[in-house]
Design a protein around this ligand. Structure first.
Ligand code: DQA
Length: 152
């Protein structure tokens, strides 16, 4: 059976493309989702994307993912730095989650240096703009045993 993954975006990421483009880039969320779907599809993987500005909705979306997805690529936005509820949801669903950020959170304000989610994620990718998502998807596919490396 082919793998299925969830690409999940948290608060304010619906504004990508127009929101502080010097920090987050000029690519819209729709363009990122489209690119991500096509990237996954070339490996026969079904990627579905979702976004919410609400913490509880993100918890619900993660719970539902347990019923259909093999793993999650998650940019939780500011909730990364505040949310015990999202950390608990990631622990509860017992599936691999890759934490992703467009900006390098470690090079920014001190309050962005701590992630509640990182300890319960497979790993964190931060600082590569829209490419962070490609790297995150590739990392998840590798973790799931989907071969993405070029033939050497
Ligand atoms: C972000 C970094 C967070 O600190 C910030 O609150 C965001 C976006 C990123 O992708 O760089 O909303 O997750």
């Amino acid at each position: 059976m082919s793998k299925k993954i969830l690409l999940l975006h948290g608060p304010n990421l619906n504004l990508l493309g127009t929101r502080q483009p010097d920090i987050y880039g000029k690519v819209s969320l729709e363009q990122i989702n489209d690119m991500a779907e096509r990237y996954a599809r070339q490996y026969g993987v079904d990627l579905r994307a979702d976004q919410s500005n609400h913490e509880g909705d993100l918890v619900d979306i993660l719970h539902i993912a347990r019923n259909w997805a093999d793993g999650v690529v998650f940019n939780a936005g500011a909730y990364t730095h505040t949310s015990v509820a999202l950390r608990d949801a990631i622990s509860a669903i017992e599936m691999p989650v890759i934490e992703v950020h467009l900006s390098n959170v470690h090079a920014r304000e001190a309050f962005r240096h701590h992630s509640y989610l990182a300890p319960v994620c497979v790993g964190q990718i931060s600082g590569f703009g829209w490419r962070s998502y490609v790297l995150g998807i590739d990392a998840l596919l590798g973790h799931l045993g989907v071969k993405t490396e070029p033939t050497l």
